[in-house]
Design a protein around this ligand. Structure first.
Ligand SMILES: Nc1ncnc2c1ncn2[C@@H]1O[C@H](COP(=O)(O)OP(=O)(O)OP(=O)(O)O)[C@@H](O)[C@H]1O
Length: 575
């Protein structure tokens, strides 16, 4: 009877289970990707063959077959040798061919291993020249394949002793549990390390395969049990150990890209943490600069290069977006507004790592704020408009505040919330605005309350802001999902924006005009500056080349934000 049998027949249990599992699991799996993965897995021929083998083996288990011989490989070789001396008939030729096939040889070798129950790796005999006086010396044998040993060594400049500096989590040395930080290395494979440079020893180790013998003097303090605290961080910078002069061992370093989520497995060393990329295939940890160390050297680099915050050049004739898209969803509601703060970007904090935790919005919970960021003219307005049209019940935008007088055709709370200049200034003083600006003597601004008002209606609030405003929105309350909309190449801008217009604020009256090469170049330069300075705050980057494709990508991503797990700053999940 199969181990997992549930059905009445002796053979159907596992098969039945396999066929019902996908439908039983449906309700627990929200993402279509995961569903299709499970479906493919459960219906794969490989899995079914495995089940078949499992069931066959179950039958044999009952019969407890004993091996007839435990040296089938040698027997086959003997038979081959003998047959070669005989006249070659068709049958003999076929049998010889069969027995010489590598997989038949492997099969027989596996058979013999199982028959002899010899599962341990073969170790060379212990050296017989162990000094009896050296009672504190340990002989350690590790069997390693091509993977690195997973340990770094250092040389004590005074005594010349070579000691183990760190053990990489999940590596061969760590898995053995035999080598510890602080152990002094005396010999490798019988040859003394005395007087050798660490690089030479590393070279020997990296070239060794199979059993390696170490003679070590155990260190004074062995490492305590590994901390169970699982810390995940989002990398806010790109890192390549090959380009890092400070790393003690480049081979042990780990490459990562901005936005990768890293599982920090050890922080025992204040300068070099051990981490692995979450979801990555490599089970071994690699060295990465610690937060403190990276912050310190970045800060140092900034002071020595004396960099000034970058200014985004902006032609005075091209006016910045403001509170486009009134509630009525008009094409544009450009209020010729220039955000004061947008003239100069402030320097973001030194971006190193941000501690993150998994977050999945519960069904019916408030939506995350969707923030669009991008340079003037890239198409934020257009994308917002398309989202609003696609599902007006689901998406909404904020209603801006202004201190300008209400016009005849306007209603308070529809195009704008009309408030006095005094009240605007008081609200500004009380930090009630996400962004504000002054245009033709009047204030315009987006209040935090206007964002709240959309969210409490259980709608997705679409907001576009200057990137420097992001830090005010990055709170547990709003949990913003930040989308950076990037322009394509200038050639593609020329092609796709042939009919596009921009609003020019030259003179007293605002007028529209076609976009020029200068506008395109400014869009591209400004996008690059935004990405360099604020890229670590973006959750998604979309290139607005073909509008339909960019819109498709955006709406797909927003669906996932509502239903799937995403990594967010850990503080957002603790409130
Ligand atoms: N992918 C695209 N293909 C063709 N035209 C586009 C595309 N995206 C936007 N446009 C057009 O480019 C112009 C500028 O777009 P939009 O107003 O949305 O930009 P914006 O990022 O909101 O800029 P601003 O900050 O200046 O308002 C509009 O005429 C719009 O219809």
């Amino acid at each position: 009877m199969p181990a997992l049998a549930t059905g009445p027949g002796p053979d159907t249990g596992l098969y039945e289970l396999l066929s019902v599992l996908p439908s039983q699991l449906q309700m627990y799996i929200k993402s279509t990707e995961d569903r299709s993965f499970l479906h493919t897995m459960f219906s794969s021929r490989g899995l079914h063959s495995l089940v078949k083998i499992h069931e066959e083996l179950q039958h044999y288990k009952e019969r407890c077959p004993a091996p007839v011989v435990d040296s089938a490989g040698a027997l086959a070789e003997g038979v081959s040798e003998e047959l070669q001396t005989k006249p070659l008939s068709a049958d003999i030729t076929e049998l010889l061919k069969l027995l010489s096939k590598p997989h038949v040889k492997s099969l027989l070798s596996v058979h013999d291993t199982v028959a002899q129950k010899s599962y341990d790796p073969q170790l060379p005999p212990l050296p017989d020249d162990i000094d009896d006086d050296e009672d504190s010396v340990k002989i350690i044998r590790l069997v390693k394949n091509k993977e690195p040993l997973g340990a770094t060594i250092k040389k004590d400049e005074k005594t010349g002793a070579i000691t183990i500096a760190r053990i990489m989590k999940g590596g061969a040395a760590d898995r053995s549990g035999l080598i510890h930080v602080g152990d002094e290395l005396k010999e490798v494979n019988g040859s003394s390390v005395e007087g050798k440079k660490p690089e030479d020893i590393i070279q020997i180790l990296s070239q060794s395969e199979g059993a390696i013998t170490f003679k070590v003097v155990p260190g004074p303090e062995s490492e305590g049990p590994a901390s169970e605290h699982k810390m995940y961080v989002k990398a806010l910078f790109d890192y390549d150990p090959e380009e890092d002069k400070a790393i003690p061992c480049k081979e042990a370093g780990m490459n990562f890209r901005k936005g990768d989520v890293l599982w920090v497995m050890s922080q025992q060393d204040a300068t070099w943490w051990q981490a692995k990329i979450e979801g990555g295939a490599n089970p071994r940890a690699g060295l990465i600069p610690s937060k403190h160390f990276q912050e310190r050297r970045l800060a140092l680099r900034q002071t020595t290069s004396n960099t000034q915050p970058q200014k985004v050049s902006r032609k005075p004739s091209v006016l910045r977006r403001s509170f486009r898209l009134s509630k009525r969803g008009k094409k544009t509601n450009k209020s010729m507004y220039e955000c004061k703060k947008s003239d100069q970007y402030d320097t973001a904090d030194v971006p190193t790592y941000e501690e993150v935790a998994p977050y999945c919005r519960a069904h019916g919970a408030k939506h995350r704020l969707v923030v669009l960021v991008g340079p003037t003219g890239v198409g934020l307005n257009e994308l917002k408009r398309k989202l609003l049209i696609s599902d007006p019940q689901h998406f909404s935008v904020t209603i801006p505040h202004t201190s300008r007088a209400k016009r005849n055709q306007e209603s308070d709370g529809v195009e704008y919330h009309f408030i006095s200049k005094n009240l605007f200034e008081t609200d500004l003083h009380n930090n009630k605005f996400v962004e504000y600006g002054e245009y033709k003597g009047n204030y315009y601004g987006t209040s935090l309350d206007s964002v709240r008002s959309v969210l409490t209606k259980n709608k997705v609030c679409l907001l576009d802001v200057q990137p420097h405003s992001l830090k005010h929105l990055r709170t547990a309350e709003f949990k913003p999902f930040v989308v950076f909309v990037k322009p394509p190449s200038i050639e593609r801008l020329r092609e796709t924006r042939r009919n596009a217009q921009t609003i020019s604020g030259k003179g007293d009256r605002d007028s529209s005009r076609p976009l020029t090469d200068e506008d395109f170049q400014e869009t591209i330069t400004s996008a690059q500056q935004m990405e360099d300075q604020y890229g670590h705050l973006f959750d998604l980057v979309i290139v607005n080349d073909e509008l339909a494709r960019a819109f498709g990508e955006l709406s797909q991503a927003l669906k996932k934000v509502e239903t799937e797990m995403h990594w967010v700053p850990v503080s957002w999940t603790q409130s």
